[in-house]
Design a protein around this ligand. Structure first.
Ligand SMILES: C[S@@+](CC[C@H](N)C(=O)[O-])C[C@H]1O[C@@H](n2cnc3c(N)ncnc32)[C@H](O)[C@@H]1O
Length: 187
C-alpha cells in the first residue's frame, strides 16, 4: 500500500462511520414512530405559550429527543416535565443534560416506548411525530386523557380532531380535551 492510499482509506472509513452513525441517529427511530429532528426554538416557544402551563403541572413530551421542550418547560414555566424517549443515545444525552440542570428534581426521564406510557397524569402532551404514529396514538389519547388536558402537536395534526388553534406559521396545533373530539361547526 502506498503512502497515499492509507490516508484515503482512513478518509473513506471515516465518512462511512459518519454516514452510518448519523443515519442511525436521525432516521433509526422512524421504525418506532418518528426520526430525530429537534423542534426549532421559535416553535418551542409557541408550543409552550399555547399550552398555558400552570406551575407544577405535569407535562409529557412523547418522543422527547434531546429535550428542546422539556428543559424549557421546567425552567420557564416551573412545570414538572416527563421526557419519554426510546432511542438510547438520546436518553443518555437527556440524562446528562438533566444532571447538569438546576431543574433536575422537576424532570422525569422515561426510557420507554411512548405507546406503552400511562397518559393519565399528563395535563399537557407535546407531540412531534410521524402521521402513522399519530394515528396509532389517537385511541390511547382518547381513552386516557383527562378533561382539561391540552395536546400540542408540531407539524402533523391529530387525525379527525378539531384544533382550538391552528397556527400555520409554526405548524402548531392546539387541542383541548374533550372539546377537540366534537365535530367542527358548519362553515
Ligand atoms: C421529531 S423528534 C421530536 C423531538 C422533541 N420532541 C423536540 O421537541 O425536540 C421525535 C422523537 O421521537 C422519538 N420516538 C420515536 N418513536 C418513539 C417511540 N415509540 N417511543 C418513544 N420515543 C419515540 C425519536 O427517537 C425522536 O427523538
Amino acid at each position: 500500500m502506498s503512502d497515499m492510499t492509507l490516508p484515503l482509506w482512513f478518509l473513506i472509513a471515516g465518512v462511512l462511520v459518519i454516514v452510518v452513525v448519523g443515519g442511525y441517529f436521525f432516521f433509526g427511530s422512524f421504525a418506532f414512530g418518528a426520526g430525530y429532528q429537534p423542534t426549532p426554538p421559535k416553535v418551542v416557544e409557541r408550543m409552550l405559550e399555547l399550552a398555558a402551563i400552570r406551575p407544577e403541572e405535569v407535562v409529557y413530551d412523547l418522543g422527547a429527543g434531546t429535550g428542546a421542550i422539556v428543559f424549557r418547560a421546567a425552567r420557564q414555566y416551573r412545570a414538572r416535565p416527563v421526557a419519554v424517549e426510546l432511542e438510547p443515545i438520546r436518553v443518555a444525552f437527556l440524562r446528562l443534560r438533566r444532571s447538569l440542570s438546576s431543574d433536575r428534581s422537576r424532570i422525569t426521564i422515561l426510557w420507554t416506548d411512548l405507546f406503552q406510557v400511562d397518559l393519565q397524569p399528563a395535563g399537557v402532551l407535546f407531540l412531534f411525530l410521524w402521521p402513522s404514529a399519530m394515528r396509532r396514538l389517537k385511541p390511547r389519547l382518547e381513552s386516557q386523557l383527562t378533561p382539561g388536558a391540552r395536546v400540542i402537536s408540531h407539524w402533523h395534526p391529530v387525525p379527525g380532531w378539531t384544533a382550538a388553534v391552528n397556527d400555520p406559521s409554526t405548524r402548531v396545533y392546539l387541542y383541548r380535551w374533550p372539546e377537540c373530539r366534537a365535530a367542527a361547526p358548519p362553515v
